[in-house]
Design a protein around this ligand. Structure first.
Ligand SMILES: N[C@@H](CCC(=O)N[C@@H](CS)C(=O)NCC(=O)O)C(=O)O
Ligand SMILES: [Fe+2]
Length: 360
């Protein structure tokens, strides 16, 4: 692995470079616009290809280099969906996983410093942006800041990481570089042994001066640091770079399967059956099939599909047209996708399933 902690002395900002030495794919977390040339030189020097720039939040104290890095190197820009950065290529959600080379960076939502503040977990390291700082935490008095949310995020999502996890913050104003979850959990003066109410009270009393660049930086960072007249055009092949979701709902899984299969409405299904030459397969459970089913449908419950199909002579020919149905069309979509993966080349799923069939 390649890992570098970079520092912008003007704004006391840390930027992180992580790269996979084999594939040469790289990620920058929180790059600063004034350091653009240094990043490009560093990437070139190591022969790295920048895949993503990830923002822990829309910063108030400096301007991001993400838009410029996109223009120069084609790296996809990624910002929380809660930040109002609509020109960013990727609107990050809690639980997203960014993959580069053989590496993964997992997104942990830690709102509080701003509404869209995120932490990024990579291997044994967590990049906490301005949520958890070393011996402190980000202020919560602007950009949808919320001390209660900050306390919950830090105590429930960060302090529950393994104690050995290294903490790399977005800033440090006292020249600390790195901490650990154990160190912050047990010694951070704002959090260790403090109740939620005490924390809220502490944050309310900070009375910090406004960041010098806030009025310029926040709107600029919503445009990934670019000028109003140079909003990034959608040129990068972003679809290929979307983060992988590992917390899909059943509905998401079905919707995803439907993108890879062909659905036909009941009317078309009836016509195909009347014409013959198509095998009808019911992928519901045995009890559902026993209660009622479409005439001549074969029973092949989705749960045992891969294991039972080899023993069904009617389904031996993988080029034969198959019409799959379930109760409402969800399981049949998933089953159709599986059949395609098993090599069946002519699979149709009946939209709306047996319920739609009965209504028609
Ligand atoms: N003095 C700095 C502002 C520093 C500042 O407000 N930093 C924010 C992070 S963007 C913070 O949360 N600081 C916490 C603290 O100073 O305790 C400037 O003018 O840019
Ligand atoms: Fe910040």
């Amino acid at each position: 692995m390649i890992f570098k902690q970079l520092f912008d002395p003007e704004t006391w900002t840390y930027t992180y470079l992580i790269a996979d030495p084999v594939s040469k794919e790289a990620v920058l977390i929180d790059p600063v616009n004034t350091q653009l040339d240094a990043y490009i030189a560093l990437l070139e020097d190591q022969g790295l290809r920048l895949k993503y720039t990830l923002e822990t939040h829309v910063h108030a104290d400096h301007i991001t280099a993400s838009g410029l890095l996109r223009q120069r190197l084609g790296a996809a820009t990624a910002v929380s969906q809660l930040c109002g950065a609509e020109t960013a290529d990727i609107q990050i959600q809690d639980g997203d996983v960014f993959e580069f080379g053989g590496e993964q960076i997992k997104v942990i939502a830690t709102p509080g410093h701003t509404r869209g503040s995120l932490s990024f977990l990579w291997r044994d390291r967590v990049f906490t942006g301005d949520s958890l700082l070393i011996g402190g935490c980000g202020r919560t008095d602007f950009q949808g800041g919320d001390a209660a949310a900050q306390y919950d995020g830090i105590t429930q999502r960060l302090f529950t990481l393994p104690d050995e996890t290294l903490v790399y913050p977005g800033h440090d104003y006292q020249q600390h570089w790195v901490s650990s979850i154990r160190q912050e959990r047990t010694t951070n003066p704002r959090l260790a042994g403090k109740s939620r109410e005490q924390f809220i009270e502490i944050m309310a009393q900070l009375n910090l001066p406004k960041p010098r660049l806030i009025d310029e930086a926040v709107p600029a960072n919503r445009r990934c640091g670019l000028e109003e007249n140079e909003r990034q055009e959608a040129v990068v092949a972003i679809e290929a770079k979307r983060p992988v979701r590992h917390d899909l709902s059943p509905q998401d899984l079905v919707a995803e399967a439907k993108q890879h299969i062909t659905e036909v409405p009941v009317a078309t299904a009836k016509q195909l059956l009347a014409e013959g030459h198509i095998v009808l397969v019911d992928v519901r459970e045995e009890s559902e099939y026993a209660a009622s089913h479409v005439d001549n449908a074969l029973l092949l419950p989705r749960g045992v599909l891969e294991f039972k199909i080899g023993g069904m002579p009617e389904l031996a020919d993988k080029s034969k047209a198959l019409l799959i149905y379930c109760r409402t069309g969800g399981r049949s979509a998933l089953a159709s996708q599986t059949l395609q993966q098993l090599g069946y080349t002519n699979v149709l799923s009946m939209a709306g399933g047996f319920e739609a069939w009965q209504k028609a």
